[in-house]
Design a protein around this ligand. Sequence first.
Ligand code: NAD
Length: 487
Amino acid sequence: MSLSFDPEQISLPVGHFIGDRLLEAPGLLPMRRPSDGSFHAECPIASEEIVDEAVQTATKALKTSNWGGGRPRERANVLRRWADLMESEAEALAQLEAVSSTRPVGQLVAGDIAVTAEQIRFFAEFADKEGSDLVPTDDEHLGMIMTEPFGVVGAITPWNFPISMAGWKLGPALAAGNAVVLKPSEMTPFSSVFLAQLAVKAGLPAGLINVVLGDGLTTGAAITGHPDIAKVSFTGSTGAGAAIMANVARTGVKPMTLELGGKSPQIVFADADLEQAAAAIAGSMLANAGQACVAGSRLIAHALVAEPLVEAILARMKAVRAGPTWDAATTYSPIISERQRARIHAIVQAACAEGAECLAGGEPMKGSGYFYAPTVLANVKQSSPAISEEIFGPVLTLQTFTTEEEALVLADHPTYGLAAGVFTRDLSRVLRITRALSAGTVWVNGYGRSRDHILPTGGYKHSGIGKDLGREAYHANRRSKSVLIHL
Ligand code: NAD
């Protein structure tokens, strides 16, 4: 059965989800569908009062349900049931996501939703398996490191992979015994509301997930500055991450996980398997049309292999199938908004005006919707905004090198250190380069996540603080108390 659907037939849950009910709210922010540019909804903006109601509801739910103090295995069971429901309702969930985002419906069902359900199960397993520690002390004492949930976690997510990002935040926070107030992006809020509704249906005590809709300046700031939000977990741009740190500092201190922007290099040496490298590099730029934090947007290729490598990448770029996100055959996504597409185009034009050579694309695609052609820019100056700025679109820059040292100089970014790719058959070089790279993740002879959720993700430099996924994400949602008993 085809997953294609009619976007006009989708009914959107426009409102905040607080406790176990949808609080309908007037829409304030106009939303346009990226696939055809048509106006399709308005996103409400939760005021400070509504955010406070969500936080109070979460606090009360933690007390009445004893979620953090009850039997850990029961927490795990509820989360597994929630994951099952995500899979059985995958089509409805995918439609809500696809209609207003850049995620094609086919990729959602087989990818984002399937992976998110597995990640929720992954985190559920921590609930009854990771505990506190008895530590070595002398016989006169007993030392313990006791871990506990924080209480109410404030989570804020971006628009580029809304379901996946909500899963990264909700899974570990809930498994670790917390409640969550989640603010999805104002551009793609509805799938998060549905995820919360499914969680309650799965038996999660009402009030443990509350979803408030709104923008960063009003709703986001009300969450991060709320005195009863014990921890902030944020994914988004570096600028917004810095603003959140400042806002938190205004009212005190609290722990933060910040997953921020990137401008990741992919270094290809002359001995690399070029077909393998081309597939990985093109795949990373074409996935969500380059609108991914880890997009490997800076190709740094050995001068001897740059030409055949780029040819193989271009062949893959030509094979994309752009189309509306509600068409099951679509493999290439639109850009999220007209404004973002114009920004991408301005950076490309500025690079070309400075002497960069456009080997492919370099312009918006014809037709309705905010599509931008897959683009490759060669001879780009290291000082160009095409190299220094996170473009967040399908634009790959090419720079060449002849020595390993040169490659490392080009790869090092003054601001970002999220991820990097290395392609070579030389194991010693792999280890040397991996050590030298300033990046939170290094992928070798491939690019992108596997379905092993145990590998954490997070950035060096301005790409972030702390990790999502892996054991780290679970532990980041618990705090530890050192206890010394004098016997
Ligand atoms: P954004 O920073 O504009 O917005 C992200 C979220 O933060 C939204 O919900 C927004 O409403 C909210 N927000 C904005 N300003 C805020 C403020 N001052 N206080 C509180 N909340 C605020 O980012 P975006 O355009 O939605 O997403 C793209 C960015 O996200 C890119 O920079 C990308 O690299 C990054 N990202 C990072 C990761 C990662 O794991 N490192 C993953 C996905 C996306």
